[in-house]
Design a protein around this ligand. Structure first.
Ligand SMILES: *Cc1c(COP(=O)(O)O)cnc(C)c1O
Length: 396
């Protein structure tokens, strides 16, 4: 174990020779994947609703308990298409504390994202603040299951029903999670998953829309394939949102490891929980209760007053040790372009978001991170906090 003078930020050697990442891809059985790739090449059917994509979709439907699951090239395009297929226009209420793809998928089609503040307890959109943002132009709400924690599904859905709004969930973080015994995927009008390489379950690039609405599913299927209803018949404006066979092959292989990936994330989360327990000014975002989680993000909040150090100084000290923690999601979508120019005063209505973006830190986890690594990381965090004054001095 290091002593304070050995911290890399104070001139010592980094604790890790190789960098540890938040979203290092989890990779399943190589030979199973390669076998599927060989079959794809033998079939010479590389995309356009191939065998692997069809099988992947049926498996997802069974796993999620939904009528329709439509695999896509990524979650951003899946969000764009679903938003369009739901007929959202005008304004849509979204959190600012999310990955920028959430508002971009609206703004990309000239729909105004109206940023709603979050509940500091859950980090998700605060349903108590939604109604005051509804105007005659509002057509929908997008809730984000941040960190794989189901957001306030019932409260948001109730508002959407009562005010005749569409209810979409960005479930990019919540694959494999459940709420009240029901898998995420079957709530609202639709839910969108991301299978990007940095998510714990990946298809290289990829995503999927889950819905129980037959008509909506049919519309999305057409829209993700240029609107083609037959060889030469186009019945809608569409785009290209198709998942390729190689991605689906990765998805089928990853599915065989889903429980294993979750178990490792859960073990890692527990190791962080015990390693960070009783550290003043550090709050690990809790994942407890009856819902099921995938534990793919280990998120801490640093309260500068109590911790004796600002989150950014801790981040620099960790990076010096090759612990590549990330400020997810900094600085908040409302402070990124184009939103920052469109709504320069948005922050006034987002006090909790403004506070939280200064405090959050995502820590390395996934199958590439061992329990021993985590014990080490926690000891370093402890050491940095104990030497907050020295570290701040070096950084000044
Ligand atoms: C990763 C992510 C997306 C975008 O997913 P892609 O598959 O990379 O397009 C959307 N929303 C959230 C909350 C995300 O974390």
């Amino acid at each position: 174990m290091k002593d304070s003078s050995e911290l890399a930020i104070l001139g010592g050697t980094p604790a890790f020779t190789n960098q540890l990442y938040v979203g290092r891809p989890n990779i399943g059985d190589r030979s199973a994947f390669m076998g599927r790739v060989n079959d794809i090449l033998d079939r010479r059917w590389l995309t356009n609703n191939g065998i692997c994509v069809q099988e992947f979709e049926r498996r997802l439907e069974a796993l999620l308990g939904v009528k329709h699951c439509i695999a896509m090239c990524n979650a951003t395009v899946a969000l764009e298409i679903t938003i369009r297929a739901l007929g959202m226009t005008g304004e849509v209420i979204v959190p600012s504390f999310t990955f920028v793809a959430t508002p971009h998928s609206l703004q990309w089609q000239q729909i105004t994202p109206v940023f709603c503040d979050i509940d500091p307890e859950t980090h998700s959109i605060d349903p108590r603040r939604v109604e005051s943002l509804i105007t005659p132009r509002t057509t929908g709400i997008i809730g984000v299951h941040l960190w794989g924690k189901p957001c306030a599904i019932e409260a948001l859905t109730e508002i959407a029903h009562r005010r005749n709004l569409r209810m979409l969930f960005d479930a990019a973080h919540a694959f494999g999670c459940s709420h009240n015994g029901r898998m995420i995927g079957s709530f609202g009008d639709a839910e969108v998953f991301s299978f990007h390489a940095t998510k714990f379950f990946n298809t290289f690039e990829g995503g999927a829309v889950a819905t129980n609405d037959d008509e909506l599913a049919a519309r999305i299927r057409l829209m993700k394939n240029f609107g083609f209803a037959g060889y030469d018949t186009v019945v809608y404006i569409g785009t290209n949102g198709k998942m390729s066979e190689i991605s689906a092959a990765m998805g089928l292989t990853s599915l065989e490891h889903l429980e294993e990936f979750i178990a490792i994330n859960r073990r890692n989360y527990a190791a962080y929980a015990s390693g960070l327990a009783d550290l003043p000014g550090v709050r690990l975002v809790p994942l407890e209760g009856t819902d099921r989680y995938n534990y793919q993000y280990v998120v801490i909040e640093i309260n500068e007053q109590a911790a004796g150090i600002h989150r950014d100084a801790l981040l620099q000290a960790l990076h010096a040790e090759n612990i590549m923690a990330r400020r997810y999601f900094y600085p908040g979508c409302h402070r990124m372009e184009p939103y920052r120019s469109y709504f320069p005063n948005a922050g006034l209505l987002l006090p909790e978001t403004e506070l939280l973006v200064q405090r959050v830190l995502s820590l390395p986890t996934g199958t590439a991170v061992t329990e021993e690594d985590i014990i080490n990381i926690c000891a370093i965090i402890r050491l940095v906090l104990e030497n907050g004054v020295k570290v701040a001095k070096v950084l000044a």
